[in-house]
Design a protein around this ligand. Structure first.
Ligand code: IMP
Ligand code: MG
Length: 185
C-alpha cells in the first residue's frame, strides 16, 4: 500500500489514509480476472449477476474484459440488519427478470466480509436450478466464517480495515471514488 496526502475533492473534506488499490492496479486485475472467467466458461449461457449497489463499477469494468457471450442482470438484497445478529436472512428487493434455470450464474460482489450476504444469496439462488453458481468478488477480507461456498474469482485480498471507493460506500458516500482507500479518522 502507498500513502498519499493529495486532497481529493470527492471525499467531502476527509483525507485518505492509504490507497489500498489504485485505479491502474484495479484495471490490470480486471483484465486478468476477465481472462480467467472467459477461460472458465467454455459453453452454455452465462448470466453475470451484480449485487447492488456495491458491485456496479466493478461489474461494468469486469464484463468488458470477458470475451464471450453473456447477459447482465442485478440483484438487490435486503440488508440483514444489525451486524451482531447472525440469525437474519436476506430477501430480494429486486429479482432478475429472467429465468435462472440451466444458466451459469456468476455472482459479482464488491467485498466479502463475514460472508453472510453471499451465503444466504447462494442458497436462495440454488433453488432456481441454475447449471452452476460461482462467486466473483473484487475484495476478500478472508475473515468470512459464514460462507460455505468458495469465492472462485477474487480481485484482491483486502486489509482488515474499512474501505471505500470503486463502488464501496460509507453511508452512501464515496462510491464514485475511482480507487479503493481507507480514510483517515
Ligand atoms: P458480509 O455479508 O459481512 O460479507 O458483508 C458484505 C457487505 O458489507 C458488502 O457487500 C459491503 O456492502 C459491506 N462491507 C463490508 N466491508 C466493507 C468495507 O470495508 N467497506 C465498505 N463496505 C463494506
Ligand atoms: Mg455497502
Amino acid at each position: 500500500m502507498m500513502s498519499t496526502s493529495v486532497p481529493d475533492p470527492r471525499l467531502k473534506g476527509r483525507a485518505v489514509d492509504r490507497i489500498a488499490f489504485s485505479e491502474q492496479a484495479i484495471a490490470d486485475r480486471c483484465r486478468v480476472l476477465g481472462g480467467e472467467i472467459t477461460a472458465a466458461y467454455p459453453d452454455g449461457e452465462l448470466l453475470v449477476l451484480g449485487l447492488l449497489k456495491g458491485s456496479f463499477i466493478f461489474l461494468a469494468d469486469l464484463v468488458r474484459e470477458i470475451e464471450r457471450p453473456l447477459h447482465v442482470d442485478f440483484l438487490v438484497a435486503s440488508s440483514y440488519g444489525n451486524a451482531t445478529v447472525s440469525s437474519g436472512t436476506v430477501r430480494l428487493l429486486y429479482d432478475p427478470e429472467t429465468s435462472l434455470e440451466g444458466k451459469h450464474l456468476l455472482l459479482v460482489e464488491d467485498i466479502v466480509d463475514s460472508g453472510r450476504t453471499l451465503q444466504h444469496l447462494v442458497t436462495l439462488l440454488q433453488a432456481r436450478r441454475p447449471a452452476s453458481i460461482a462467486i466473483c468478488a473484487l475484495l476478500h477480507k478472508r475473515i468470512a466464517t459464514e460462507l460455505q461456498h468458495r469465492v472462485r474469482f477474487v480481485g484482491f485480498d483486502a486489509p482488515p480495515v474499512f474501505l471505500v471507493g470503486y463502488g464501496l460506500d460509507h453511508a452512501e458516500d464515496f462510491r464514485h471514488v475511482p480507487y479503493v482507500a481507507s480514510l483517515a479518522t
